[in-house]
Write a protein that binds this ligand. Structure first.
Ligand code: PAF
Length: 279
């Protein structure tokens, strides 16, 4: 596996691959890999002739009081894992490479960031859209794979892909869960043993919401109220949001008709966790 640290080396490799008629699948990550990331790589390897993975902890998607400085890393282990999945290239730029002095350009979406996580993380999706667009321009993938745990991010990237004519095949991969249902996340490493049970309140809420809809409940507020009390019955939890919305627009719904997204974000100790389910 080759490791490129500069955009020019990465781009030269991608251009050479395309000239040879090869196709490139791409999995962007912020490192500290878990089974969820590996499942994205497994999908990627089967989609195109070469898989490229990137690791870059993108500072512009973290707010001032968020966990950028403490974000977990383990580059040595990550490199071994990426290599074991058969990737041809790891793109591993540093901050100066991606945001050199006098960097000025950011991408803002008009509507999707005004919901769910965007309400309490106002700069997050601007940072995500900007870095993903930059990575797409450097790596020029034919397909890119993103996890459905970050459902809003996936929708933002689909929109960005359409609006800016990247013409990349964007694949949403199912959420990978621990044996007890907890959605895999690099931030799970922040959980103290006594907070672990409380972290399960998110996946349990997804199941509970689905069961309520299946048993005929159509009132979104009634479901949200029930889930709120359920989560508050767990110690160490602080609800950021509980949402029932249209999957395409992320607009809240009052009455459940057709497919809806149930999504929530809960602070459990130091970890801000998210989960969702399509119902
Ligand atoms: O999902 C992530 O890990 C990040 O938001 C991404 C897509 C790599 C952009 O920094």
């Amino acid at each position: 596996m080759e490791i490129f640290k500069t955009s020019s080396d990465m781009r030269a490799w991608s251009d050479a691959m395309h000239r040879r008629g090869e196709t490139i699948s791409f999995v962007p990550t912020m490192g500290y890999l878990h089974e969820g990331h590996l499942s994205l790589m497994e999908q990627g390897i089967n989609l195109c002739s070469s898989l490229v993975v990137s690791i870059f902890v993108n500072p512009t998607q973290f707010g001032a009081n968020e966990d950028l400085d403490g974000y977990p890393t383990n580059i040595k282990r990550d490199i071994q894992l990426i290599e074991s999945k058969g990737a041809r290239v790891l793109f591993l730029p540093d901050r100066k490479e991606m945001y050199p002095e006098n960097y000025q350009t950011y991408i803002n979406l008009e509507h999707l960031p005004k919901h769910l996580c965007g309400l309490s993380r106002p700069v997050h999706f601007r940072g995500v859209a900007t870095i993903v667009a930059k990575l797409f321009n450097i790596i020029k993938p034919d397909a890119a794979i993103f996890g459905a745990k970050d459902f809003q991010q996936l929708q933002v990237i689909r929109q960005l892909n359409r609006d800016l004519n990247f013409n990349i095949n964007i694949i949403g991969a199912p959420i990978v869960r621990e044996h007890d249902g907890l959605a895999m996340s690099s931030r799970n490493s922040y959980l103290k043993p006594e907070e672990r049970e409380s972290a399960l309140s998110l996946s349990k809420s997804c199941i509970k919401a689905k069961e309520m809809v299946q048993s005929g409940e159509k009132d979104a507020n009634a479901i949200k109220g029930e889930i709120k009390s359920f989560i508050e019955s767990f110690p160490h939890t602080k609800i950021d949001y509980i949402s029932i919305c249209k999957p395409e627009t992320l607009n809240e719904v009052a009455e459940i008709k057709g497919e809806v997204l149930f999504a929530l974000a809960v602070q459990v100790g130091k970890a801000r966790l998210i989960d969702n389910i399509l119902i």
